[in-house]
Design a protein around this ligand. Structure first.
Ligand code: HEC
Length: 158
């Protein structure tokens, strides 16, 4: 009996399985799953890969951007407090998301400002679990940039 049941099930489902295969020839399927791009590493001749688009000599050469030797993070002028705020902090502080002190709201900021800017900066750097993220989620912000952002927020709330 069980065997008959299995046979009936197979007969029932086999045509359905055939229908489930998307229409299209094998070439069409291969075309669809072809890689969308190929990587050409610097210094390699990739003329074949680039085809007619790049003419005959398609050797990839590196364009060296001119980097002034003194342009290191700690000497470069940082972003302003307003820029940092607009990029990283406003997402929560502009709408008091998750209990974040609202930007420009003197009542909400008053007890925090009373702790002093250094304490506020410190809690901005380490974060306040669970909802104020370390560095206000600006992982590439320097301490100076964070200080500028805190000062910008504090000034707006005075
Ligand atoms: C994901 C949301 C979120 C982001 C993004 C965020 N904050 Fe906050 N922030 C909070 C919350 C929530 C609090 C309140 C935490 C508490 O007091 O429990 C807070 C509190 C603070 C405080 C008060 C700290 C204190 O000691 O009272 C400062 C200052 C602050 N944030 C600065 C920043 C700065 C600067 C940025 C951007 C670089 C930033 N925040 C980005 C959610 C956020």
């Amino acid at each position: 009996m069980f065997r008959y049941l299995c046979a009936i099930l197979v007969l029932l489902f086999a045509p359905m399985a055939a229908l489930a295969i998307p229409a299209g020839t094998e070439e069409e399927i291969l075309e669809r799953i072809e890689p969308v791009g190929e990587l050409c590493l610097q210094g390699r001749n990739c003329a074949g890969m680039l085809g007619d688009r790049a003419g005959t000599d398609a050797t990839v050469t590196a364009e060296q951007p001119e980097v002034p030797s003194d342009a290191v993070a700690d000497t470069a002028p940082g972003r302003s407090g307003q820029e940092v705020y607009a990029r990283s902090c406003f997402a929560c502080h502009d709408a008091a998301i998750a209990g974040a002190p609202l930007f420009g709201d003197a009542t909400q900021w008053e007890p925090r400002i009373a702790k002093g800017i250094d304490v506020l900066l410190q809690s901005s750097i380490v974060g306040i679990p669970p909802l104020m993220p370390p560095r206000g989620a600006c992982m590439d912000c320097s301490d100076e940039e964070l200080r500028a952002a805190v000062e910008y927020m504090v000034d707006a709330a005075r």
